[in-house]
Design a protein around this ligand. Sequence first.
Ligand SMILES: Cc1cc2nc3c(=O)[nH]c(=O)nc-3n(C[C@H](O)[C@H](O)[C@H](O)COP(=O)(O)O)c2cc1C
Length: 316
Amino acid sequence: MKLFLAPMEGVVDWVMRDTLTQIGGVDQCVTEFLRVTDRLHPESVFLKNCPELRTGSRTRWGTPVFVQLLGGHAEPLALNAERAVKLGALGIDLNFGCPAKSVNRHDGGATLLKSCDRIHTIVDTVRKAVPSHIPVTAKIRLGFDDPTKCIEIAQAVEEANATWLTIHCRTKTDGYKPPAYWEWIPRIKEKTKIKIIANGEIWNVHDFHRCVEVTQCDDYMIGRGVMSNPFIFKQIKQSLKQETVEEMNWERAKPLLPQFFDASTLYINDYFAVSRTKQWLKALSLKNGEAKQVFDQIKILKKPQEFQSELIRFTR
Ligand SMILES: Cc1cc2nc3c(=O)[nH]c(=O)nc-3n(C[C@H](O)[C@H](O)[C@H](O)COP(=O)(O)O)c2cc1C
């Protein structure tokens, strides 16, 4: 069984992938989406989106990272996929789930769920453009506004020979509102043979086991759950091996933050590091009272040096 760290634009950049794969339990990562319009991105854009291309498309801890592309036009997507592979990408993931208005207005992401033909053409064209040993995968929602479309969409992805299909079990109109409708996965599995990765609303080990019970998938993807509990992947692996599940607590989580701040500073700059560290601390606060106390005290600090010294003080 493989556990995937979900791609999350503006959240799971290479620093976050590095931090989380160091903790362990993550078998596979996918980059934030790289938007493709009509042009071929220069090398530098790929390397920014996926610095792991410099290290064999793996994080420092050995976890493979696929490059995710988002767009509505098959040819430019294929050209960009080819370039990503030449730069060392171990796989290409195609995004058909992004609900953002700015993305959908430009004919990308979830808007493509309205047309199985277009999804088929995109997956097929990209599949044919890259060497056959390189996986080409797709990530979808259940539909744009009608979940019954998911079977047809999954069939289109399968017929285009995608290697696997990740399903975020909600429609675009559902947004991120709970619940996730995992029960659609067994219905899709009845009609297709493609390997399916189940995704949506796994926030703890208990949710994971419920999702397994409903979907009976081999593989699972987790996004927001790992931001509030960075040990969730490790905990799931411990639970699968029937080992004692180590609790997530502030003592274990806090040393990650100054390290994350420093790496984010090196990646972009210290203002970026302040904003990403606040974002993460806020997510940790959802499940942890001590994290919330720290967040409440340092969220108002804007100057990087001041923020950093308080962060160090609170996480010592
Ligand atoms: C802030 C944010 C950014 C996201 N960015 C991406 C993205 O770049 N590509 C993608 O395929 N999905 C993206 N997603 C969707 C997640 O990968 C995932 O499908 C969704 O959050 C449901 O899983 P979860 O309930 O475990 O979070 C994003 C979600 C969030 C909350």
